[in-house]
Ligand binder design. Structure first.
Ligand code: G3P
Length: 220
């Protein structure tokens, strides 16, 4: 099975503005060559630009649950969709929401036809959000984010536990694995434990040659 690869551009300078376009294009080249799906989760302000200028699907990194109206500074699901987003991350550990808000954000995104990736830090939180039937739940232990040791290596049990708990609640939600992911071993281990792909950031956004770093997820 080919892994789904979601690259979270976060707010890294290298993955912002023109850099975001360049990174998405590099990811697009790998996606085409290796016949894999790669998604770019970019800052809201970059959704339009990256979706216009690259071929891969673009997700927003966050949506608020506000509807049209007097909500200065809000990131509306409607607006990211109109800008070209095909989906959104929700509740990343660097942009968390209350459980009720997660439910509302998932429902709203689905109503608008946006795919959803809800990030969680534990298997029990995964079980709780599975009730909202997001398309994906990404298990990312916060203490491993940005580090060198992947969750697949440091805590494989949390992945299998998440897969098991989510399966009991939602048959349509797939699992992604994130935090410290950097190479094919990490990706293979994630798939072996029941996930369908990975969500990663620093090892791509901070790489000297991002295209090679993306390729390293697929080739030994
Ligand atoms: O959303 C991806 C994430 O938080 C993992 O970050 O830098 O450990 O790949 P990183």
């Amino acid at each position: 099975m080919k892994p789904l690869i979601v690259i979270n551009f976060k707010a890294y300078e290298s993955a912002t503005g023109k850099g975001a376009v360049a990174l998405a294009k590099a990811a697009g080249e790998v996606a085409k060559k290796e016949k894999v799906t790669i998604i770019a989760a970019v800052q809201a302000a970059d959704v339009y630009r990256v979706s216009q200028e690259s071929e891969i699907d673009v997700f927003a990194q966050h949506i608020d649950t506000a509807d049209y109206g007097a909500h200065t500074g809000a990131t509306l699901a409607e607006t990211v969709k109109a800008a070209g987003a095909k989906g959104t991350l929700i509740n990343h550990s660097e942009k968390t929401l209350e459980l009720k808000e997660i439910e509302k954000a998932v429902a709203k995104a689905h109503f608008l036809g946006l795919k959803t990736i809800v990030c969680v830090g534990s298997a029990s939180q995964a079980k709780a959000v599975a009730a909202f039937t997001p398309d994906y739940i990404a298990i990312e232990p916060p203490e491993l984010i940005g580090g060198d040791i992947s969750v697949s290596r440091a805590n494989p049990a949390i992945i299998s536990d998440t897969v098991k708990r989510v399966r009991h609640v939602s048959a349509t939600t797939d699992i992604l694995v994130g935090a410290g992911v950097k190479d094919k071993l990490d990706v293979d281990k994630a798939l072996e434990l029941g996930a369908v792909g990975v969500l990663l950031a620093s090892h791509i956004t901070q790489a000297k040659v991002p295209k090679e770093a993306i390729m390293n997820l697929l080739k030994d």
